[in-house]
Design a protein. Structure first.
Length: 628
């Protein structure tokens, strides 16, 4: 193989921009890293080139470890988005520059320059200077210059991003032709899906520093494994139904679980991808055929003319209990929407809003099962088995991967910590297959936050000690996580046997929506019931009370959309903390969910926020959801 990346990681300050990337690229392959802006794909490329040093991991090029070698010793050619040609040199001299500093003879440089100018379609233009060339021509020169000294690996960072559509298309064709002819191993970074599909032998999808999935363009489009790939690549509808008697139950419709589909336990959630072009729309009821399944009927919400097709969004009926992931429903929305395409026929009127339509399905794809990704923080010096068992039970119920994390103060304690944690991992792995162990060195709060980023954790589980009065003692680690974590933190003092009752204290507004949606997700995973309460001061003005009621109505609609049993309630009280504690006791809540203080509140409150006060005053698990 040409390129091997092992656990490649890069952090800028306390932010992980690339997280444990493992990748193999074969000789002569044109590999594309595809991701949105800021996903970390360019940082991966720069680490391979030697322009950015990794914090962890290894880089092997053709079997040679180049992790800490300078760029000029790696045998790579690099093409930037902004051409980076020398303005005072002609095209030919730009191409020859790398050969000249390597002491290659003039005749050989000239011959190589002419060959490459011909190869990139610029024969006879070698004497022109950059200001005499178009943007596309300048990028051709940059590609030729990168190829001049015959690098083993060619790296291209958004090489066509600054060019117009027509020129980009021409250059893609030219690059593909050159790469196929030279058989040079190539990595290209782009956010353009069309570009990735046209050029790539294989594509690696990158999201927030994580290499989510690797596959051929066809596999990633028609048979993605992850929800992110399914929704990021192309357009798609992802609905969550249930496995029922060998079928996928989606409201009133059912689809066979085929032999090649991922295994799902009876009653487990099943995520199904429907590409818009795989849906059949009819103005008349659809009869079931061998390769056509009726999904539902609906009404046209909007129809947009797009040349040969109309892009149609429908409000569909008959999908009660079905959770739509994409298109994502608005907060408080009760109906399910799906996106379709419909042929544009100049002889027929277009679809109009409100028109009734039947939807059939010709092709569908079942995604791999997925659950909440948990990070369970453990103190290797004093393992609390009750907290560990609670975290593992939650991970099993949430059906997601889990990481056991131990933090030690220095490297000398690493082996000692592993000796304690590895037997626990081995024991737990008998029941959970998707379980990993990590030991980090440093300050516990900082390392937990970094691990949460790098592992893309969705929930941190942390045990807290009891004080003399039997309630939680929030040490510096818990306080820091409450204030700084970007993912929810579950503080566990006295584990509950079940997680069947989730009490959500919410404020009206955007942060309150986040609290409700995350609480609903946990309740859906655990099969629990959610109760949403909003505390209002006695004698509040009517406008505030109406706003609270509207917020609760929207919360109830959103929880129903998630398929979660729920109830909502307003409570009048002057002391919010005491109101929450009374309600938790009366309802016998298994988890109390609250929002963390906002960044503007942290300095002022200094641990006196409602979440911290509740966590100190109760022995029930408290789930803190970040506000910003």
């Amino acid at each position: 193989m040409s390129i091997l990346l092992s656990d490649l990681t890069k952090r800028f300050g306390d932010h992980a921009v690339v997280s444990r990337v493992n990748l193999q690229i074969e000789d002569g392959e044109l590999f594309v890293l595809l991701g949105s802006s800021g996903s970390g794909k360019s940082t991966i490329l720069r680490m391979i080139a030697g322009l950015t040093p990794p914090d962890e991991g290894r880089i092997l090029l053709h079997g040679r470890d180049v992790t800490y070698l300078p760029p000029q010793a790696r045998g790579t050619g690099f093409v930037f988005q902004n051409y980076s040609n020398f303005r005072h040199m002609s095209a030919a001299h730009n191409i020859e520059f790398g050969l000249r500093i390597r002491k290659v003879s003039r005749s050989e440089r000239r011959q190589r320059s002419e060959e490459l100018l011909d190869l990139v379609g610029m024969s006879g233009l070698g004497r022109r200077y950059p200001d005499q060339l178009s943007g596309g021509q300048q990028q051709r020169v940059a590609i030729a210059r990168a190829l001049a000294y015959q690098p083993a690996v060619l790296l291209l960072d958004e090489p066509f991003g600054a060019l117009d559509v027509k020129i980009r298309t021409q250059l893609r064709e030219s690059l593909k032709s050159v790469q196929r002819r030279l058989r040079v191993t190539t990595i290209l970074v782009t956010h353009d899906q069309e570009e990735a599909f046209e050029l790539a032998d294989r594509i690696g999808v990158v999201d927030r520093g994580l290499l989510v999935e690797v596959g051929t363009p066809q596999d990633l489009y028609y048979r993605p494994s992850s929800e992110y790939s399914a929704t990021f690549i192309g357009g798609g509808n992802v609905l969550v139904g249930r496995a029922e008697g060998g079928t996928i139950r989606l409201g009133a419709a059912s689809f066979p679980l085929r032999s090649g589909d991922p295994h799902h336990d009876e009653g487990a959630p099943v995520r199904v991808l429907f590409r818009p072009e795989a849906l059949v729309l009819s103005k008349h009821p659809i009869a079931k055929e061998q390769d056509l399944h009726l999904l539902a009927s609906g009404r046209v919400r909007e129809s947009v003319f797009a040349g040969t097709i109309q892009r149609v969004r429908l409000d569909v009926d008959g999908l009660q209990g079905v959770r739509p992931l994409t298109p994502a429903p608005a907060y408080g929305q009760r109906s399910t929407q799906i996106e379709c395409v419909y042929p544009s026929d100049p002889g027929s009127p277009p679809l109009v809003p409100g028109e009734e339509i039947w939807v059939g399905v010709r092709q569908y794809h079942v995604l791999q099962p997925s659950g909440l990704r948990l990070l369970i923080g453990l103190d290797p010096r004093a393992i609390d088995r009750k907290i560990l068992d609670y975290g593992l039970r939650l991970a099993q119920t949430a059906a997601g991967p889990a990481t056991l994390l131990g933090v030690v103060p220095d490297r000398a304690k690493d082996a000692e910590a592993r000796a304690v944690l590895e037997p626990l991992l081995h024991e737990a792995s008998r029941q959970m297959h998707n379980l990993t162990l990590r030991v980090r060195v440093g300050i516990p709060s900082s390392e937990i936050l970094l691990e949460a980023q790098e592992a893309h954790a969705e929930l941190i589980v942390l045990g807290v000690r009891r004080g003399r009065k039997g309630h939680a003692m929030l040490g510096s680690t818990a306080r820091t996580l409450i204030e700084q974590s970007e993912v929810p933190v579950l503080l566990v003092q006295k584990p509950r046997p079940l997680i069947s009752r989730i009490l959500i204290f919410t404020a009206a507004g955007e942060p309150g929506k986040r609290d409700v949606l995350f609480g609903g997700r946990v309740a859906r995973r655990t099969g629990g019931v959610a109760k949403v309460i909003h505390v209002i001061e006695p004698g509040s003005e009517a406008r505030g009370s109406q706003r609270a009621l509207r917020h609760l109505e929207e919360a109830q609609a959103s929880l129903e959309q998630l398929g979660v049993k729920n109830e909502v309630q307003t409570v009048e009280a002057e002391d919010v903390t005491q109101a929450i504690l009374r309600e938790a006791e009366a309802w016998d809540a298994d988890v109390i969910l609250l929002g963390a203080p906002s960044s503007a509140e942290r300095a002022r409150l200094r641990g006196r926020d409602v979440g911290s006060q509740v966590a100190r005053a109760t022995d029930r698990p408290v789930l803190i959801v970040p506000r910003d």
